[in-house]
Write a protein that binds this ligand. Structure first.
Ligand code: DX5
Ligand code: ZN
Length: 219
Protein backbone atom coordinates (compact mmCIF):
# COMPACT_ATOMS: atom_id res chain seq x y z
CA UNK A 1 0.00 0.00 0.00
CA UNK A 2 1.01 3.59 -0.47
CA UNK A 3 2.61 5.49 2.37
CA UNK A 4 0.41 8.26 3.73
CA UNK A 5 1.12 11.89 2.90
CA UNK A 6 0.76 14.35 5.79
CA UNK A 7 0.20 17.94 4.63
CA UNK A 8 -0.01 20.50 7.45
CA UNK A 9 -2.05 23.58 6.54
CA UNK A 10 -0.36 26.89 7.24
CA UNK A 11 -3.82 28.44 7.57
CA UNK A 12 -3.53 27.54 11.26
CA UNK A 13 0.00 28.94 11.60
CA UNK A 14 1.21 32.41 12.55
CA UNK A 15 1.04 34.37 9.28
CA UNK A 16 3.54 36.94 10.58
CA UNK A 17 6.17 34.17 10.74
CA UNK A 18 5.31 32.00 7.74
CA UNK A 19 8.85 30.98 6.81
CA UNK A 20 9.65 29.86 10.37
CA UNK A 21 6.33 28.06 10.66
CA UNK A 22 7.07 26.08 7.51
CA UNK A 23 10.61 25.30 8.65
CA UNK A 24 9.17 23.96 11.90
CA UNK A 25 7.65 21.05 9.99
CA UNK A 26 10.64 20.31 7.72
CA UNK A 27 11.73 16.72 8.06
CA UNK A 28 8.34 15.71 9.49
CA UNK A 29 5.78 16.81 6.88
CA UNK A 30 5.55 15.46 3.32
CA UNK A 31 3.87 18.53 1.81
CA UNK A 32 2.88 21.91 3.16
CA UNK A 33 -0.75 22.76 2.37
CA UNK A 34 -1.32 26.36 1.27
CA UNK A 35 -4.93 27.57 1.38
CA UNK A 36 -5.60 30.36 -1.11
CA UNK A 37 -9.00 32.06 -0.62
CA UNK A 38 -10.38 35.01 -2.60
CA UNK A 39 -13.43 36.12 -0.58
CA UNK A 40 -15.62 35.21 -3.56
CA UNK A 41 -15.51 31.45 -3.96
CA UNK A 42 -15.46 31.26 -0.15
CA UNK A 43 -16.34 34.05 2.33
CA UNK A 44 -12.77 34.35 3.59
CA UNK A 45 -9.51 35.85 2.36
CA UNK A 46 -5.99 34.53 2.88
CA UNK A 47 -2.87 34.80 0.73
CA UNK A 48 -2.07 34.76 -2.96
CA UNK A 49 0.67 34.36 -5.49
CA UNK A 50 3.22 36.93 -4.18
CA UNK A 51 3.29 35.25 -0.77
CA UNK A 52 3.61 31.80 -2.30
CA UNK A 53 6.44 32.98 -4.56
CA UNK A 54 8.33 34.37 -1.56
CA UNK A 55 7.65 31.41 0.69
CA UNK A 56 8.77 28.98 -2.01
CA UNK A 57 12.32 30.27 -1.55
CA UNK A 58 12.25 29.64 2.20
CA UNK A 59 11.93 25.85 2.19
CA UNK A 60 12.34 22.68 0.14
CA UNK A 61 9.06 21.08 1.27
CA UNK A 62 6.72 20.44 -1.67
CA UNK A 63 3.83 22.93 -1.79
CA UNK A 64 0.30 21.58 -2.00
CA UNK A 65 -1.69 24.63 -3.09
CA UNK A 66 -5.46 24.52 -2.49
CA UNK A 67 -7.16 27.21 -4.55
CA UNK A 68 -10.51 28.21 -3.07
CA UNK A 69 -10.99 30.86 -5.74
CA UNK A 70 -13.18 31.75 -8.68
CA UNK A 71 -11.70 31.67 -12.16
CA UNK A 72 -8.94 29.15 -11.43
CA UNK A 73 -8.19 28.97 -15.18
CA UNK A 74 -6.76 32.46 -14.84
CA UNK A 75 -4.74 32.02 -11.66
CA UNK A 76 -3.79 28.37 -11.19
CA UNK A 77 -0.94 28.19 -13.76
CA UNK A 78 0.93 30.96 -11.91
CA UNK A 79 1.19 28.73 -8.85
CA UNK A 80 2.62 25.91 -10.95
CA UNK A 81 5.14 28.34 -12.44
CA UNK A 82 6.00 29.52 -8.92
CA UNK A 83 7.16 26.00 -8.12
CA UNK A 84 4.15 24.41 -6.44
CA UNK A 85 4.34 20.62 -6.41
CA UNK A 86 0.57 20.17 -6.64
CA UNK A 87 -2.11 22.72 -7.53
CA UNK A 88 -5.69 21.85 -6.63
CA UNK A 89 -8.67 23.85 -7.91
CA UNK A 90 -12.35 23.45 -7.12
CA UNK A 91 -14.77 21.56 -9.36
CA UNK A 92 -17.47 24.11 -8.50
CA UNK A 93 -15.37 26.96 -9.93
CA UNK A 94 -14.18 25.34 -13.15
CA UNK A 95 -16.16 24.36 -16.23
CA UNK A 96 -13.36 22.38 -17.91
CA UNK A 97 -11.33 20.56 -15.24
CA UNK A 98 -9.55 18.31 -17.73
CA UNK A 99 -8.27 21.28 -19.73
CA UNK A 100 -7.00 23.02 -16.58
CA UNK A 101 -5.36 19.82 -15.34
CA UNK A 102 -3.52 19.55 -18.66
CA UNK A 103 -2.45 23.19 -18.42
CA UNK A 104 -1.11 22.65 -14.90
CA UNK A 105 0.84 19.56 -15.89
CA UNK A 106 2.32 21.46 -18.85
CA UNK A 107 3.29 24.25 -16.43
CA UNK A 108 5.20 21.76 -14.30
CA UNK A 109 2.94 20.80 -11.39
CA UNK A 110 0.67 17.97 -10.45
CA UNK A 111 -3.04 18.67 -10.94
CA UNK A 112 -5.72 18.27 -8.28
CA UNK A 113 -9.49 18.61 -8.27
CA UNK A 114 -11.32 19.55 -5.05
CA UNK A 115 -14.90 18.57 -4.22
CA UNK A 116 -16.65 20.75 -1.65
CA UNK A 117 -19.13 19.55 0.97
CA UNK A 118 -22.29 19.96 -1.08
CA UNK A 119 -20.95 18.62 -4.38
CA UNK A 120 -21.46 14.98 -5.39
CA UNK A 121 -18.32 13.21 -6.61
CA UNK A 122 -20.05 10.85 -9.03
CA UNK A 123 -19.89 13.19 -12.11
CA UNK A 124 -16.14 13.58 -11.61
CA UNK A 125 -15.15 9.91 -11.32
CA UNK A 126 -14.56 9.67 -15.06
CA UNK A 127 -12.00 12.49 -14.80
CA UNK A 128 -9.70 10.58 -12.43
CA UNK A 129 -7.28 9.48 -15.19
CA UNK A 130 -6.52 13.16 -15.92
CA UNK A 131 -5.77 14.06 -12.31
CA UNK A 132 -2.87 13.48 -9.91
CA UNK A 133 -4.88 14.22 -6.77
CA UNK A 134 -8.51 14.51 -5.80
CA UNK A 135 -9.28 16.46 -2.66
CA UNK A 136 -12.45 15.48 -0.86
CA UNK A 137 -13.47 18.19 1.59
CA UNK A 138 -14.50 16.78 4.97
CA UNK A 139 -15.98 20.19 5.93
CA UNK A 140 -17.40 23.09 3.94
CA UNK A 141 -14.42 24.94 2.48
CA UNK A 142 -13.61 28.37 3.87
CA UNK A 143 -12.34 28.16 7.43
CA UNK A 144 -9.98 26.10 9.56
CA UNK A 145 -10.97 24.63 12.89
CA UNK A 146 -14.32 23.17 11.82
CA UNK A 147 -15.65 19.80 12.94
CA UNK A 148 -14.92 16.76 10.72
CA UNK A 149 -18.00 15.48 8.87
CA UNK A 150 -17.80 11.66 8.67
CA UNK A 151 -20.81 11.51 6.35
CA UNK A 152 -18.59 12.91 3.59
CA UNK A 153 -16.33 9.84 3.65
CA UNK A 154 -18.73 8.05 1.32
CA UNK A 155 -17.20 10.18 -1.44
CA UNK A 156 -13.73 8.99 -0.46
CA UNK A 157 -14.94 5.38 -0.68
CA UNK A 158 -16.45 6.02 -4.13
CA UNK A 159 -13.17 7.47 -5.42
CA UNK A 160 -11.09 4.71 -3.84
CA UNK A 161 -13.25 2.03 -5.44
CA UNK A 162 -13.01 3.60 -8.90
CA UNK A 163 -9.26 4.22 -8.58
CA UNK A 164 -8.60 0.64 -7.53
CA UNK A 165 -10.82 -0.89 -10.22
CA UNK A 166 -9.03 1.12 -12.90
CA UNK A 167 -5.60 0.75 -11.29
CA UNK A 168 -5.08 4.52 -11.06
CA UNK A 169 -2.26 6.00 -9.00
CA UNK A 170 -4.23 9.11 -8.00
CA UNK A 171 -3.76 10.49 -4.48
CA UNK A 172 -6.99 10.77 -2.51
CA UNK A 173 -6.68 13.71 -0.13
CA UNK A 174 -8.97 14.74 2.70
CA UNK A 175 -9.16 18.25 4.17
CA UNK A 176 -11.06 19.54 7.16
CA UNK A 177 -11.13 18.44 10.78
CA UNK A 178 -8.39 15.85 10.32
CA UNK A 179 -6.89 15.08 13.74
CA UNK A 180 -5.86 12.14 15.90
CA UNK A 181 -9.48 11.20 16.53
CA UNK A 182 -10.59 11.33 12.87
CA UNK A 183 -7.65 10.40 10.64
CA UNK A 184 -8.08 6.65 11.04
CA UNK A 185 -11.65 6.79 9.71
CA UNK A 186 -10.48 8.79 6.69
CA UNK A 187 -7.64 6.33 6.03
CA UNK A 188 -9.99 3.39 6.38
CA UNK A 189 -12.28 4.98 3.77
CA UNK A 190 -9.35 5.04 1.35
CA UNK A 191 -7.68 8.43 1.73
CA UNK A 192 -3.89 8.47 1.42
CA UNK A 193 -3.13 12.20 1.79
CA UNK A 194 -4.20 14.13 4.86
CA UNK A 195 -4.39 17.89 5.40
CA UNK A 196 -4.25 19.00 9.02
CA UNK A 197 -4.22 22.61 10.15
CA UNK A 198 -5.34 22.96 13.75
CA UNK A 199 -4.14 19.46 14.68
CA UNK A 200 -0.57 20.36 13.68
CA UNK A 201 -0.14 24.09 14.26
CA UNK A 202 -2.37 24.10 17.32
CA UNK A 203 -0.14 21.47 18.93
CA UNK A 204 2.70 22.37 21.32
CA UNK A 205 5.09 20.33 19.11
CA UNK A 206 3.98 20.38 15.44
CA UNK A 207 6.59 17.82 14.30
CA UNK A 208 5.48 15.39 17.00
CA UNK A 209 1.82 15.93 16.04
CA UNK A 210 2.71 15.03 12.43
CA UNK A 211 4.46 11.82 13.52
CA UNK A 212 1.43 10.82 15.57
CA UNK A 213 -0.96 11.45 12.66
CA UNK A 214 1.31 9.49 10.32
CA UNK A 215 1.30 6.52 12.66
CA UNK A 216 -2.49 6.56 12.92
CA UNK A 217 -2.95 6.92 9.14
CA UNK A 218 -0.59 4.03 8.40
CA UNK A 219 -2.09 1.65 10.95
C1 DX5 B 1 -10.37 25.12 4.90
C2 DX5 B 1 -9.03 24.69 4.37
C3 DX5 B 1 -8.34 23.70 5.22
C4 DX5 B 1 -8.07 24.13 6.63
C5 DX5 B 1 -8.15 22.91 7.48
O1 DX5 B 1 -11.25 25.44 3.89
O2 DX5 B 1 -9.15 24.12 3.09
O3 DX5 B 1 -7.12 23.29 4.59
O4 DX5 B 1 -6.82 24.73 6.81
O5 DX5 B 1 -8.07 23.27 8.82
P1 DX5 B 1 -8.36 22.22 9.97
O6 DX5 B 1 -7.37 21.11 9.83
O7 DX5 B 1 -8.19 23.03 11.22
O8 DX5 B 1 -9.78 21.72 9.78
ZN1 ZN C 1 -7.28 23.30 2.29
Amino acid sequence: ERTPIIAPSILASDFSRLAEEVRAIEGAADWVHVDVMDNHFVPNLTIGLPVVQSLRKATDIPFDVHLMINDPQRWAPGYAEAGAYNVTFHAEACDDPVALAKTLRAAGSKAGLAIDRDTPVEPYLELLPYLDTILIMTIKAGFGGQAFMPELLGKVRDVRRRADVNDLQIRIEVDGGIAADTIERAAEAGADAFVAGTAVYGAADPAEAIRKLRGLAAA
